[in-house]
Design a protein around this ligand. Sequence first.
Ligand code: PEP
Length: 246
Amino acid sequence: MRGKLVVGNWKMHGGLRQNDALLADLRAGWQPADAREIAVCVPFPYLWQAQAALSGSAIAWGAQNVSEHPIGAHTGEVAATMVAEFGCRYAIVGHSERRAMQGETDDAVAAKAAAALDAGLVPIVCVGETLEQRQAGETKTIVLRQLAAVIARLGKRMAQMVVAYEPVWAIGTGKTATSDQAQEVHRLLRDHLRAADTTAGDVSLLYGGSVKASNAKALFACADVDGALVGGASLKADEFLSIAIA
Ligand code: PEP
């Protein structure tokens, strides 16, 4: 059975002092529950801080991106092996903000997922459609196209990734997909993964997009929603922990 995984994406938020408080509150407040796991994905400079604050706890941590390259002349990039040195379990790849603002292509995202796996990290691969694409009836085409690149690149290793369905129109907007909308896309992703490789039918599928304590329970009740990728609400320990136990 797939347990629930709730991952916080701090995005470009934080500072040494506020991180200390947030990490300490998470550590003090998290009562590990059966088949529930939580993690925080922090900006690169704070990976050491997450490691120091969370080592020995039941909370995992990770990065929000990795380079598709293993090493070399890539100024400003951070290799997955570097991230792994800080005890990370996860690396988000292909977040819609990076696809839109840094021009990350499906192939680049797939290469990042492979680089993460090579370094022993679990890639959390984000897929999702814009509002225009949804309104044009293209949701299925878009998410399956994004997923196809990763499937082609990872082959059998696809079973080791996590996929986050994050409709772009729901990220940071306060608009959450309804349970039916989330379940419909998660089911599609699950069926597609299972068809690609029988072992991939159990890949954890997270929903992301304005998840809050007030809507998490309904989303988690969906048969194919295995947890959440949480942006804004992960910056408040109480709210994030309430989501995690919803
Ligand atoms: C995200 O950035 O992955 C996200 C889901 O953000 P928010 O929860 O703030 O919509």
